[in-house]
Ligand binder design. Structure first.
Ligand SMILES: [Zn+2]
Length: 362
């Protein structure tokens, strides 16, 4: 990694006029490094790209746009998995000395994890994986083998019927063995990205992938307009047995979501807001990855995981909109939060079990 400065004169410096350009550069480099289907594989472990993204991350940090960086498996399981897969595929790995492995691992992981213990753990996992040539690392295919497919008919007045497919992939273990993932994709609706859900075992990953996929279907403009039919049915599918999605906001990529500016209400009762904020922050992480989502107001990278309370599912950065930008969520959601809090307060506390518990012997 070049440290002592550039030895030959550069024509001129790169003009970056504001933080949005810096963020765009950061996301472009991120895409190059952590694309599961790279067309230029060498970029992912390139020391030059790693050095660049580290520098941009440091500049973002200086701008107050910090990127969470030091808990790789938990905060960035997707990137950790992609870097691991790439390292496991590296044929020369077994011949490298330790220092070479360290520097390659750092380059692959930048800017997600640079702490020495993370890098060492990463190397240990690749070493272990490489000793098991019979067990291939997770497929690099976008979706891999399909486990189940559900089909809908999409009926738009005045247009021929179209098909919508919910595709759930076969769950796989992450090479680290700390987690499983299950990829899924909804094809035929306005959102059709391949995404992944993570779980402690294959069943949980599958369960979450199915919930997430159905949340994408149910929350789609097409489903809300009553245009999704089970094949052969004459009534649209109104099943609501799924997680209800909240807190996705409009962007250039996804213009169909609401604009958070329409939800700003500085008069919102502070106490009520705080209750909703802590409810949002207390959600269970379902680890479904949708890439770094920048705040639509301030551009700050705003998380990539999703949280759920068993009824609703929301991006982990949603609380930020309430705290920093005065976004008020719909009353129906606020009522739901209050109802869950009330239910908890009114529950009888059974203390007998804890009284009987004895410490483990030995
Ligand atoms: Zn913000």
């Amino acid at each position: 990694m070049p440290k002592g400065g550039v030895t030959r004169a550069m024509p001129k410096t790169l003009p970056i006029s504001d933080k949005y350009e810096l963020l765009a550069l950061y996301r472009a480099l991120w895409e190059a490094k952590f694309n599961p289907h790279p067309t230029q594989r060498e970029l992912q472990g390139s020391p030059f790209v790693a050095n660049l993204i580290n520098q941009v991350a440091a500049m973002l940090d200086a701008e107050g746009l910090a990127i969470p960086g030091e808990t790789p498996a938990a905060a960035h399981p997707r990137e950790w998995e992609i870097a691991l897969t790439r390292a496991c595929e590296t044929t020369q790995w077994a011949e490298w000395d330790h220092d070479t492995k360290v520097s390659y691992a750092r380059d692959l992981l930048a800017p997600v994890a640079s702490a020495a213990d993370h890098v060492e753990r990463f190397i240990g996992l690749v070493d272990a994986q490489q000793k098991r040539p019979d067990e291939a690392p997770p497929s690099d295919d976008l979706l891999g083998d399909l486990l189940v497919v559900r089909e809908y008919d999409l009926k738009v007045p005045g247009e021929p019927d179209d098909g919508v497919q919910v595709r759930i992939g076969v769950p796989h273990s992450v090479p680290s063995r700390v987690a499983y993932y299950c990829r899924f994709q909804v094809v035929g609706l306005s959102r059709n990205k391949v995404r992944a859900a993570y779980g402690v075992d294959a069943l949980q990953a599958l369960e979450l992938a199915m919930q997430m996929a159905m949340a994408v279907v149910r929350s789609s403009a097409e489903a809300r307009a009553g245009r999704l039919y089970f094949p052969g049915d004459s009534e649209p599918d109104l099943d609501t047995q799924s997680l209800r999605l909240i807190g996705y906001w409009r962007s250039d990529d996804e213009p169909e979501w609401p604009d958070p500016k329409d939800f700003v209400d500085q008069e919102w009762d502070e106490r009520e807001r705080d209750i909703v904020v802590s409810h949002l922050q207390d959600g269970r992480a379902v680890w479904a990855q949708c890439g770094l989502s920048p705040c639509r107001f301030c551009g700050k990278p705003n998380g990539s995981a999703e949280l759920s309370d068993g009824v609703y599912i929301w991006p982990e950065g949603l609380a930020h909109y309430l705290v920093e930008h005065g976004v008020r969520l719909p009353q129906e959601f606020v009522d739901h939060v209050n109802a869950q809090c009330d239910a908890l307060e009114q529950t009888r506390v059974d203390s007998t079990w804890w009284r009987r518990v004895t410490p483990r012997e030995g």
